[in-house]
Design a binder for this molecule. Structure first.
Ligand code: KG4
Ligand code: ZN
Length: 347
């Protein structure tokens, strides 16, 4: 295995993060500076505030990361950065910093798609156990996909959302319930005190054999239910709404992921993205997968949400393939993972 020692930078949304990853999985340093407190009062991420905060934080964060690992820039093998998708102003802070460091330290630059980074969070802990082909369920704030991974950097899209992403649905429901941002972790926590069978929210299964998802119907059903109850003057059990919504949202993810693995006769399942921190998803997917002799892996909770260690893990495999970026690298805001996969195939 080729040796790498990569400084990875992540600034696509509301976390400024830097990490140093050795040979794809050894974490020499990993720092995340979250901006959540700044955005919470607005109920979501304010792009302009995010960019400014990244700018204030990034240099010091990288300095601390290097110090924690006890390294100097000359010791590194590569500089990696998440350059897509995300908020453009936020991405550009990371991209410009990485380019300057790569130029100054004379190190090759590696561009990582943020969602591919989420996929590689699995390899930080489970590198030696993961066997291709595998099925990856990608569930984040902007993505809901089932992907078959046939090798490093090799993907086939089996299913995608036709409208909203599941994380978006969690955030919207939480916002309507007035329980805070980001919604996923709060709903997960409150659901533990609620009765998940109390309200029967609809699950969109779509056509037979399809691995696609639709979350706009479930989201609207929950919002309509809340509004109706409020109009009737009924008291709402927030925990029951959370638990019932979470059950509907998660069951469909599990059904489709298992069905995709069965169809492809794949025995290994991984998950990626913020929603893979969800306790109900972790419990149900493991249970259903294990029942069928499949191995189900999750990234450690701290690596489910945005971090730079996952960017460093993905960059390691790109380094082996010598997939380098030029100093003309740009940030790309709207670069869905499905488009990223397609582009790779065309080249
Ligand atoms: O992957 P991520 O950090 O950012 C994107 O790349 O989009 O995902 C953020 C999403 C948010 O929608 C957040 O509510 C959701 O992940 N999330 C969760 C949980 N933790 C974070 N959703 C459900 N349950 C959780 N425990
Ligand atoms: Zn993310």
């Amino acid at each position: 295995m080729d040796k790498t020692l990569i400084l990875a930078i992540e600034s696509s949304c509301d976390e400024t993060a830097a990490a140093i990853i050795e040979d794809g999985s050894k974490i020499r340093a990993n720092l995340v500076s979250s901006q959540i407190d700044l955005h919470q009062k607005y109920g979501g991420v304010v792009p302009e505030i995010a960019s400014r905060k990244h700018l204030e934080t990034i240099n010091l964060l990288i300095k601390e990361t290097m110090e924690e690992a006890g390294l100097e820039f000359k010791d590194l093998s590569h500089i990696a950065v998440a350059n897509s998708p995300g908020l453009i102003g936020a991405l550009l802070v990371g991209v410009s910093t990485a380019k300057a460091l790569a130029y100054g330290a004379k190190k090759p630059l590696i561009a990582v798609n943020h969602i591919e980074g989420h996929v590689y969070a699995n390899f930080l802990q489970h590198k030696d156990e993961l066997e291709f082909p595998l099925i990856c369920l990608i569930v984040s704030g902007g993505h809901t996909m089932v992907v078959k991974m046939t090798g490093h950097g090799e993907y086939e899209v089996m299913g995608n959302t036709r409208d909203d992403a599941v994380g978006e649905a969690f955030d919207k429901v939480a916002r309507t319930l007035g329980i805070g941002y980001p919604g996923g972790p709060v709903i997960d926590k409150l659901s533990k005190e609620g009765n998940e069978k109390s309200i029967d929210f609809p699950k969109a299964t779509l056509e037979k054999g399809s691995f696609d998802f639709s979350y706009s119907g479930l989201k609207s059903a929950v919002l309509n239910w809340i509004n109706k109850e409020k109009m009737l003057g009924n008291e709402i059990s927030v925990a029951d709404v959370c638990a019932s919504f979470q059950k509907a949202a998660v069951e469909i993810l599990v059904e489709k992921t298992i069905a995709a693995a069965e169809q492809e006769n794949v025995k290994t399942i991984i998950t990626a993205g913020g929603v893979s921190a969800n306790s109900k998803l972790r419990e149900l997917l493991k249970e259903e997968g294990n029942k069928r002799g499949m191995k189900v892996f999750f990234p450690p909770i701290e690596f489910c949400t945005d971090n730079a260690a996952m960017i460093g893990a993905a960059a390691h495999y790109k380094a082996i393939r010598k997939e380098y970026a030029g100093l003309d690298l740009n940030g790309v805001a709207n670069f869905n993972f499905a488009d990223y996969i397609k582009k790779g195939k065309e080249e």
